[in-house]
Design a protein around this ligand. Structure first.
Ligand SMILES: NC(=O)C1=CN([C@@H]2O[C@H](COP(=O)(O)OP(=O)(O)OC[C@H]3O[C@@H](n4cnc5c(N)ncnc54)[C@H](O)[C@@H]3O)[C@@H](O)[C@H]2O)C=CC1
Ligand SMILES: NCC(=O)COP(=O)(O)O
Length: 321
């Protein structure tokens, strides 16, 4: 029997806890890790001691992690920050020891964790990489309901836009390309991946007249990796590489920065977008959205992206097995 997928609680004042009960209808055998006081009233749940303990049908198995107190939707409590972080760490431990098949993380507020507990990481991605032994990782956002699919990997992630040109080194770009190539083969069943690489500047620099990184950094790297046999296109002008006929020519796009990569996925498939961390020794997915404090606790949150993340985690786990 396959181990369960573990869903973390995320920020208790966000929409994570109210999306957890939807896992019961997802068809994915899920165990939730968090404080049951944060689940919506009326949720049928049963506490388990081990992630695989049986529960009666229709009940959400809950691995209990007690927080300092109840949560107020929309208002993160600094007293909860350390527990949000501890839940992620426990999830990783369970994944690394094979007690769960994969982890799906509910959204956290980076700001709340930094202010409440001095969280030193920009997000899950970097914290998971650290917990796994400081392994190289990349953040992929993948559509699940759009054809042709839209999978993107930003080579730089949560940094100010003004810092992107300096951070877009050949090493950073090469790492993103290699992790994307390996991830497409291992987890998406694509034997010979086609990867598009976006330029940094308008019109991919137009021969150096609108910026030099495309010509001086991105193009030589692509040429070197092509000589190794990787199927790469680029540097492509980012404004014209995401429409449907263009997407049909690649399996994933490696982009220069966060918004260049995430805007196409979230525009095309906000409800089906899934965040996958490439490079970890375990499977991690998450919905593409954040804590949505503006609607938390009001029953308005769309569970589709969380369900897509659970399903992709389960499917990746089955494929690896
Ligand atoms: N994986 C993670 O932990 C992520 C965490 N975040 C965090 O979330 C916080 C808020 O970020 P924002 O940029 O405001 O993005 P957000 O995704 O939380 O919200 C953006 C807009 O989309 C709406 N929205 C989001 N999810 C929805 C859903 N499931 N159903 C219906 N409407 C939904 C919200 O109500 C809001 O109007 C930040 O602290 C950010 O760091 C953001 C993205 C991912
Ligand atoms: N904008 C995507 C995002 O914030 C995801 O971050 P992470 O917490 O999954 O690293």
């Amino acid at each position: 029997m396959m181990a369960r997928v573990l869903l973390t609680c995320g920020e208790p004042a966000g929409i994570g806890p109210e999306l957890a009960p939807f896992a019961l209808a997802s068809g994915v055998d899920t165990v939730w890790l968090g404080d049951p006081r944060h689940l919506p009233p009326g949720t049928a749940w049963t506490e388990v001691q081990s992630p695989s303990d049986p529960v009666q049908p229709g009940h959400l198995p809950v691995l209990r992690h007690d927080f300092a107190g109840p949560a107020t939707p929309g208002t993160p409590d600094p007293a909860h920050a350390a527990d949000v972080i501890a839940v992620i760490a426990r999830a990783v431990e369970l994944a690394m020891t094979g007690q769960v098949a994969a982890i799906t993380t509910a959204p956290i507020s980076k700001q709340a964790l930094k202010q409440g507990a001095g969280f030193a990481f920009p997000g899950h991605t970097e914290y998971l990489a650290h917990l796994a032994g400081d392994v190289p990782v990349a953040m992929m956002l993948a559509s699940t309901t759009v054809t042709p699919s839209c999978r993107v990997v930003p080579a730089t992630i949560h940094i100010p836009l003004q810092d992107v040109p300096a951070a877009l080194t050949p090493q950073a770009l090469e790492q993103a390309i290699r992790l994307t190539h390996a991830g497409l083969i291992r987890d998406f069943g694509i034997a010979a991946p086609r990867i598009a690489v976006a330029g940094l500047n308008p019109h991919a620099g137009e021969g150096g007249t609108m910026g030099r990184q495309d010509r001086d950094i991105i193009a030589p790297l692509i040429a070197r990796l092509r000589a190794e046999g990787l199927n790469l296109a680029g540097p492509l002008p980012a404004d014209t590489m995401f429409h449907a006929p263009a997407r049909a020519t690649w399996d994933a796009a490696v982009c220069a920065y966060h918004d260049q990569a995430l805007i196409p996925v979230k525009t095309l498939d906000f409800s089906g977008g899934v965040n996958v961390t490439l490079g970890l020794p375990f499977i991690r997915t998450s919905p593409d959205h954040g804590t949505a404090f503006d609607i938390a606790g009001r029953g308005l949150a769309d569970p589709s992206s969380t369900l897509a993340a659970l399903k992709l985690a389960r499917d990746m786990s089955k494929a690896r097995a």
